[in-house]
Design a protein around this ligand. Structure first.
Ligand SMILES: [Zn+2]
Length: 192
């Protein structure tokens, strides 16, 4: 079991067929996840392709995560919470300036993704819209969005299986709105 401390991230390789378990150890925490093809990092996870091919904006057990080249990257085998978001980009320094009116430095998922991905020669501009595990984004019929506290309880997890050799980056989200105002860790495990 690996620990991602509050407001940090991690990046690692996952072989085709291996499983990745992402756990919310305390409840009400979000983990942003991005994926790259380990053989060619220009191929990466795509929100647009996933929502299109899965014909849903709510992605959970039984769904696949697809790439910008229309290949399956992961299958979701289990999802004990059942609520994830694939609409919103990772929180970034600008998120806190624009949406929180905070001009000071603030840790962010974007920074925690690209700094951990540097060792794989992946640049900040290469980071796509993340699959936001446990994130509770609600939408009204008129399209209005709101980021609500996660519904995840302590010990909830999502189990993924790699459909190709992957580079995976994960965070413990740094945005107050994503985790009900208290920053917490995320745990993960790689299972053969
Ligand atoms: Zn975040």
């Amino acid at each position: 079991m690996e620990v991602i401390k509050k407001q940090t991230g991690a990046a690692f390789k996952l072989k085709k067929g291996q499983k990745l378990k992402v756990i919310d150890p305390q409840g009400e925490q979000v983990s942003d996840m991005v994926l790259f093809n380990a053989e060619d990092t220009r191929e990466k996870i795509s929100s647009g392709k996933t929502l299109d091919f899965e014909e849903s904006i709510l992605i959970t057990k039984g769904n696949f995560l697809w790439s910008n080249r229309s290949h399956k990257m992961m299958e979701i085998l289990e999802d004990t919470n059942g609520r994830n978001d694939f609409l919103l980009a990772p929180c970034s320094p600008e998120t806190f300036q624009i949406m929180y009116n905070n001009p000071d430095y603030h840790p962010s998922c974007f920074e925690n993704l690209y700094t951990n991905l540097e060792k794989f020669d992946i640049q900040p501009d290469d980071v796509p819209t993340a699959f936001n595990i446990f994130m509770n984004v609600q939408f009204a019929p008129d399209g209005k969005l709101s980021v609500d506290p996660p519904l995840s309880k302590a010990g909830d997890y999502v189990l993924f299986q790699a459909q190709m050799d992957l580079i995976v980056a994960l965070t413990a989200c740094s945005a107050e709105d994503s985790n009900n105002g208290s920053f917490k860790p995320i745990h993960y495990a790689i299972i053969d």
